[in-house]
Structures are given as structure tokens and as C-alpha cells.
Design a protein around this ligand. Structure first.
Ligand SMILES: Cc1cc2nc3c(=O)[nH]c(=O)nc-3n(C[C@H](O)[C@H](O)[C@H](O)COP(=O)(O)O)c2cc1C
Length: 340
């Protein structure tokens, strides 16, 4: 029997996962009437079959209709979503996985083409493909938005999920707030990193209040914008130091898990040549917080997973593209770990 970290349980807030492997959130784009279909439910069943995934995170579901990110995205914005979510939570639990639902608002990345609402964002900087200039959320609207996130989290809880994950990566609304390239506000939600992370902390507190102390709150944190490797090397962006500070602020507000990924420009770290592309920053975040840290990003092999855990770069590891391609990915990682 291997004594590897990968096969050991981990406490995240009030829950304990069986091992350190994560199914990261992956949009299926296959919702019908913004609900899970039988095909999507079967997909999640297949990906977590056999108990090899310790923590499954459901694709991002929108908390409010104007924040829909793309056609086929699933809604968690009204109570009608609860029965479908419950069926899904039962699937994960039967398979032995603990499960979170990722909840999101697309902000300036949304489009009236599929929401029929005007585009709103952290600032008035264009981010969607159609060139829509977003209207910055007013402070009053941000209060309502925090309530929408909390109501969505409560729906996930009613459906039987252990918690939610706030989507603050890949250019969606919460990552827009963090990035000076999208957030040009002059009020207490713009400027310093404490201000840019204020909405995060308000949402975390609102969820804690409505869902209680045992409900797991994870934050998928686009922890840096990596613009030096990105499209405009001259532009500033969210720095890794600010990303670490944002993680600390989320922990102080009550988050139970930080899930590290890419910032404003998406899931990739442009120009980065190697594998395990976010482990340098997840390592720094792990040193700065006391809650568990997960990491994704070009992680595919058992030796990479074990090295990340052994080197203290993260407490959990996830693979999106690899699991999408091969539903046995996690089972193979466990088998190889046991045989090593
Ligand atoms: C098809 C697909 C859909 C994705 N959808 C989401 C999503 O809903 N939320 C999210 O935070 N990341 C999403 N991602 C990003 C992944 O969770 C992950 O961060 C990224 O793919 C990097 O990990 P990898 O190198 O293991 O693929 C998606 C990735 C893929 C391939």
C-alpha cells in the first residue's frame, strides 16, 4: 500500500475528500433550456465512476440571467434548477466523490445576443467579442449581485452539494474585478487589491451567512494575468503578488479552498513552455494561506501529480483536458501511484 499524499484524505472546511484528485470545472455547452440533460448527467457519471475523483467541481453555472457566459450554459439562477442539481449531486455521492458547483457571472464577457440584457462589468472596458462597452455595476447593484451569488449557493446546498466554487478566473466578472486591465473604477471596488477583491469578500460573507459554517466555499482564483507572456507585454495586469494577497483576503472572509488557475486572458499561461504551469503561484499561495490549495494547468502524469503534492506546491491536483479525453485518467493516476 502506497503512503503517498495523493492517496491520503484531506479536510476541506467541514468535509473530507478521499484523495487529492480533482475533476476541474469544465463547461459542456450542452444545457437545454439552461438545464442539465440526461447526456450531461451521464458524462459526469462516467468521469467520476470508480471513486477515483476525490473532489468533483461542476461546470460554471450562471447566478443571474444577465451574467450568462455562453449558449448552453446551465442556470443556477432560479429554484427550478434544484431538481437537476440534486440528481447530479446524487450521482457524485454514489461514485464516492465530494462535489461543488462552480457559480459564475460573465460580466463584460457576456453578450446581449444570448442574454437579451445590456452588458455590465467591473469597469467600462470592452471584453466581449462584439465590442459591447459594459456599463459598470453600481454599488447598489453589487449588493444585489452578492445576494444572487448567495441564493445560487443556497440552491446548490438544497440540492445536496457540499459547497460551491466562485469563478474568479479566465476573465469572468470576479476576475474582471481583480484585474486593473478590466477594473478602472474609482470607488472602493477599484484601485488597491483590497478594493478589487472587495466584491469577493462580500460574496463569501453573504454565502457563509445564508449557507452556514459547514458549507464549503472554494474560490477559483485567476491568480495572475501573465500579460508579460500575453498579448500586450506593455500592459499591466494582476500581479502574482496581488494574486497571493487576494487569496489571503478570501481566506480571511471565510473561504475554505483556493483553486489556482489563469487570470483575465483565460485558462492558459501564454508563452509558458513547460507543464504544471501555475505551480509557482500555487506554491506562493499555499505558503500564505492556511486553507487547502488546488492547482490545475498542463498536469497529466502521475509523476507530475505526486511531485506537485510532495513539493508542497498544492494540496490537490486537477486535470481538465486529460480527464475530458480519458475518463480513466484518475483511475490510472491512482494505479500508477500505487505501483510506484
Ligand atoms: C472544455 C473545457 C471547459 C472548461 N470550462 C471551465 C469552466 O466552466 N470553469 C472553469 O473555471 N474552467 C473551465 N475550464 C478550464 C479548466 O478547468 C482548466 O482550468 C484548464 O483546462 C487547464 O487545465 P488542463 O491543462 O488540465 O486542461 C474548461 C476547460 C475545458 C477544456
Amino acid at each position: 500500500m502506497s503512503d503517498s499524499i495523493l492517496l491520503s484524505p484531506l479536510q476541506i472546511g467541514s468535509i473530507t475528500v478521499n484523495n487529492r484528485l480533482v475533476m476541474p470545472p469544465m463547461a459542456t455547452f450542452k444545457g437545454e433550456d439552461d438545464r442539465f440533460t440526461e447526456e450531461v448527467l451521464q458524462y459526469y457519471k462516467e468521469k467520476t465512476d470508480g471513486g477515483a475523483i476525490g473532489l468533483a467541481i461542476v461546470e460554471h453555472c450562471y447566478v443571474s440571467p444577465e451574467g450568462k457566459a455562453h449558449p448552453g450554459q446551465i442556470s443556477i439562477s432560479e429554484d427550478g434548477a434544484i431538481p437537476g442539481l440534486k440528481t447530479l449531486a446524487d450521482i457524485f455521492h454514489k461514485n464516492g466523490s465530494k462535489a461543488l458547483v462552480q457559480i459564475s457571472h460573465a460580466g463584460a464577457k457576456s453578450s446581449p445576443k444570448f442574454t437579451e440584457f445590456p452588458v455590465k462589468g467591473a469597469g467600462n472596458i470592452v471584453l466581449n467579442r462584439d465590442g459591447d462597452v459594459p456599463e459598470p455595476f453600481t454599488k447598489e447593484e453589487l449588493k444585489t449581485l452578492a445576494e444572487r451569488f448567495a441564493a445560487a449557493a443556497l440552491r446548490a446546498q438544497k440540492a445536496g452539494f457540499e459547497g460551491i466554487e466562485l469563478h474568479s478566473a479566465h476573465g469572468y466578472l470576479l476576475s474582471q474585478f481583480l484585474s486593473p486591465l478590466a477594473n478602472n473604477r474609482n470607488d472602493e471596488y477599484g484601485g488597491t487589491i483590497e478594493n478589487r477583491a472587495r466584491l469577493h469578500t462580500e460574496i463569501i460573507k453573504a454565502i457563509r451567512e445564508s449557507c452556514g459554517k459547514d458549507f464549503v466555499i472554494a474560490v477559483r482564483l485567476g491568480a495572475a494575468d501573465y500579460v508579460k507572456d500575453g498579448p500586450d507585454p506593455a500592459a499591466g495586469g494582476l500581479t502574482p503578488e496581488e494574486g497571493v494577497r487576494a487569496a489571503v483576503l478570501c481566506e480571511e472572509a471565510g473561504a475554505d479552498l483556493i483553486d489556482v488557475s489563469g487570470g483575465l486572458y483565460g485558462t492558459e499561461r501564454k508563452g509558458y513552455p513547460g507543464t504544471a504551469m501555475f505551480t509557482d503561484i500555487s506554491h506562493k499561495i499555499k505558503e500564505a494561506v492556511t486553507i487547502p490549495v488546488a492547482v490545475v494547468g498542463r498536469i497529466t502524469t502521475a509523476s507530475q501529480c505526486n511531485a506537485i503534492l510532495n513539493d508542497g506546491d498544492a494540496d490537490l491536483v486537477g486535470a481538465a483536458a486529460a480527464l475530458l479525453k480519458d475518463s480513466d485518467w484518475a483511475k490510472n493516476i491512482i494505479r500508477e501511484t500505487l505501483n510506484s
